[in-house]
Design a protein around this ligand. Structure first.
Ligand code: IPE
Ligand code: IPE
Ligand code: MG
Length: 271
């Protein structure tokens, strides 16, 4: 693992200190998933066109990827383009695709040097050929990297994911390799696009919208949610640290009783 490489030349001692403090104050989420929203409103608030907001959002992506790598987050999933986003004006869609190609071209080498593995989830067949090619090349180049997995959700939606899983499971039942009675949580999870990725511990959404917008619907069952009013282009590592600090204060009960109550109950039962 090349931890040296993960430290940006601009990393200030104060930033390093903040990261060490977070690492000491609680668990760092193993998987953070981000709904990067608010690029258009960010641009509008500055009297610019939406694409300027998307461009500015790329700088946030770079900063968050780098900070997550430094903190020891093992999986970072970024919701970059949803199934429904294909319904946006043609010019915006093609500008987003162009930005994706440019970003892959300029950033893949750095990802590779920092031992970051790039993957994607979604209906990537729908991406324009150049985009698909760049993505496939970046995925192939970084396939053996171990430090962190950066997963781009592209042409992704939770309902699409569930549909494709159900379709593949049904085919197995039809072929007689799986019985309907055998279908359980694990079988479904194993057929989702995220089969190799743990469920997100923390889902961050920027721009103040309290919704999932068709992101990781199955996988978010017990994720902690964090919504900030900050628009994505203004969301940088300091805002990420706030999200993680909030996560560290949560008690994840998974439908059970808090650990200390469980202890008290068992003492009462023994009396
Ligand atoms: C997020 O920002 C980027 C994508 C969904 C591709 P938006 O483009 O949704 O920005 P707002 O929400 O309109 O401000
Ligand atoms: C969610 O943002 C999708 C991505 C961030 C890629 P949207 O802007 O598309 O979601 P809605 O329309 O506000 O629900
Ligand atoms: Mg939006």
């Amino acid at each position: 693992m090349n931890t040296e490489g993960l430290t940006s030349q601009q990393q200030t001692p104060e930033d390093k200190e903040r990261q060490v403090y977070l690492q000491k104050s609680g668990a760092i989420p193993r998987h953070i998933a981000v709904i990067m929203d608010g690029n258009g409103r960010w641009a509008k608030s500055r009297g610019s066109v939406r694409i300027i907001g998307h461009k500015a959002g790329v700088d946030s992506v770079k900063d968050i990827v780098e900070a997550c790598g430094q903190l020891g987050v093992s999986h970072l999933t970024l919701y970059a383009f949803s199934t429904e986003n294909w319904g946006r004006p043609k010019g915006e869609v093609s500008a987003l695709m162009k930005l994706l190609v440019q970003s892959l071209r300029s950033e893949t080498r750095k990802l590779h040097e920092n031992d970051i593995r790039l993957t994607s989830i979604g209906e990537t067949d729908r991406l324009p050929p150049t985009c698909r090619r760049e993505l496939e090349e970046a995925i192939a180049l970084t396939a053996d990297n171990k430090h962190m997995e950066l997963c781009l959700a592209l042409s992704y939606s939770g309902r699409w994911d569930i549909c494709q899983a159900v379709s593949r499971i049904s085919q197995k039942v039809k072929d007689g390799v799986l019985c309907p009675e055998e279908i359980n949580n694990d079988i479904i999870a194993d057929h989702l696009a995220t089969a190799e990725i743990p469920d997100p511990d923390l889902i961050v959404r920027t721009s103040g919208e309290f919704r999932l917008s068709n992101f990781l619907l199955w996988q978010s069952a017990y994720s902690e949610l964090y919504v900030t009013n900050t628009y994505w282009p203004d969301f940088r590592r300091d805002q990420l640290y706030e999200a993680i600090a909030s996560y560290q204060k949560r008690e994840r009960r998974y439908g059970k009783v808090p650990a200390h109550l469980e202890l008290e109950e068992s003492t009462v039962a023994m009396r």
